[in-house]
Write a protein that binds this ligand. Structure first.
Ligand code: C2O
Ligand code: CU
Ligand code: CU
Length: 430
């Protein structure tokens, strides 16, 4: 934090090589390094400035996923940074503590840029979350987990081709940039801040011994109360924070199991979408002696429901790489919304393959999924939601005060190949 009170970061995108798989060097892209980027961290109320340079051979952007941020700094497809170029988004963090992330958003090339390695976390802190007694020592009992899948060509390069209707599905799990990731644990409780940073793959995270864990946060921040679960599903772009308790000396593996909440995907189709695959994600090795941790508090941070009476209603049908039968057009504004207004959106997946849905600038509440109230782990603030084949999800949101007649925000499917293919639209906040 400088004398002016601004918290400054720099992100330099560049090409390099990294050892994702032990003994094999692969050409990758990263921020301030060969793959992924640093975890950025700021407090609610703080002013942030990020100096970004593009040392790549092609234009890219840096989008702040989940952040409420003025549209001109959102890092969407209208904020391209040319090779050799730079930019410095500057904004005030106005939202509650949460695990957010950043990634490129160049229209038509997002999947490729993310597959090459460009992504990182942005953690927001606030007093309410600090006071709860949740594990919060970064790198010790508060661990970021960026889960991605990749395929490699015979020559050892990242295979960027699409091999499914949901884009590039990999056969190798890369956790925080490496295969076969493990973590030595020194405390009884560990908080994992998990991001599904994959292009199209869904994960159904479960510990190898099926042990229970507490889900404490979703995309937009802490839940009102922890949800005790044995498995949690994440579609691309979604986050969850969980707290798991270990016994001294034990080994525990976090795995991904076949998707059980498959929302009507036929078993035969599920295979084609990687939904029946099994992977190890992270091996936890508990030390013979563990520093005791406090128990997860029974209440966390309640978020007031967004009022739906009088809200503007919109509906979005997801079908055939289109939203409402239209493909993304950089020169078309799909709608204009009022700053501070509330809206209820009905999002329907009319295909028989998976989609999800993400909105920029806002955190929403899920009103219902096929008429049923969301389960506890999805009852908090969200910016990305899985929309199973044939299902209908209703969302309630309230816009920020970031009026901008020039730059639009995006809404889109966050399966990156679908987004690149045009399952995206744009709106102005006025
Ligand atoms: Cu994570 Cu519009 O993106
Ligand atoms: Cu986003
Ligand atoms: Cu999709």
């Amino acid at each position: 934090v400088g004398a002016d009170g601004v918290r400054r970061f720099s992100l330099d995108a560049a090409a390099g090589t990294s050892e994702m798989i032990a003994g094999k060097r692969t050409a990758t892209w990263g921020f301030n390094g060969a793959i992924l980027g640093p975890t950025l961290r700021a407090r609610r109320g703080e002013k942030v400035a990020v100096a970004i340079t593009n040392g790549l051979g092609e234009a890219t952007t840096v989008h702040w996923h989940g952040m409420s941020i003025p549209a001109e700094f959102d890092g969407g497809p209208h904020q391209m940074i040319e090779p050799g170029g730079s930019t410095m988004p500057t904004w005030t963090v106005e939202q509650q503590a949460a695990t957010l992330w950043y990634h490129p958003h160049p229209h038509g090339s997002t999947q490729r840029h993310v597959l090459r390695g460009l992504a990182g976390l942005f953690l927001v802190d606030d007093d309410a979350s600090d006071s709860l007694g949740l594990p919060k020592t970064y790198g010790t009992d508060d661990i970021p987990l960026i889960i991605q899948d990749r395929r490699f060509t015979a020559a050892g390069a990242i295979d960027e081709s699409d091999n499914s209707k949901i884009g590039s599905l990999g056969d190798t799990i890369i956790t925080n940039g490496i295969a076969d990731a493990y973590l030595t644990v020194s405390t009884g409780a560990v908080r994992l801040r998990i991001l599904n940073g994959s292009s199209g793959r869904l994960y159904n995270l479960v510990f190898a011994d099926n042990r229970r864990f507490d889900v404490v946060a979703s995309d937009g921040g802490l839940l009102a109360a922890p949800a005790a679960m044995r498995r949690i599903q994440l579609s691309p772009g979604e986050r969850a924070e969980i707290v798991v308790v270990l016994r001294a000396g034990e080994n525990l593996t976090l795995t991904s199991s076949p998707i059980d909440d498959d929302g009507g995907v036929k078993r035969s189709d599920a295979d084609r979408f990687g939904m029946t695959d099994r992977f190890d994600i992270l091996r936890l090795r508990a030390q013979p002696r563990l520093t005791p941790s406090v128990a997860t508090p029974s209440t966390l941070v309640p978020s007031a429901a967004i009022p739906t009476a009088g809200a503007v209603r919109r509906s979005f049908d997801l079908q055939w790489f289109m939203i409402n039968r239209k493909r993304m057009d950089m020169n078309r504004i799909d709608f204009e919304a009022r700053v501070g207004g509330t809206e209820v959106w009905t999002v329907t997946n009319k295909d028989n393959w998976p989609h999800n849905f993400h909105v920029h600038d806002a955190q929403f509440h899920i009103v219902d999924i096929d008429g049923r109230r969301p389960p506890a782990q999805l009852a908090g603030r969200k910016d990305t939601v899985y929309v199973p084949p044939g299902s209908r999800v209703r969302l309630a949101l309230r816009w920020s005060t970031h009026a901008d007649p020039m730059y639009p925000y995006m809404f889109h499917c966050h399966l990156l190949m679908h987004e690149d293919q045009g399952m995206m639209g744009q709106f102005l906040l006025l």
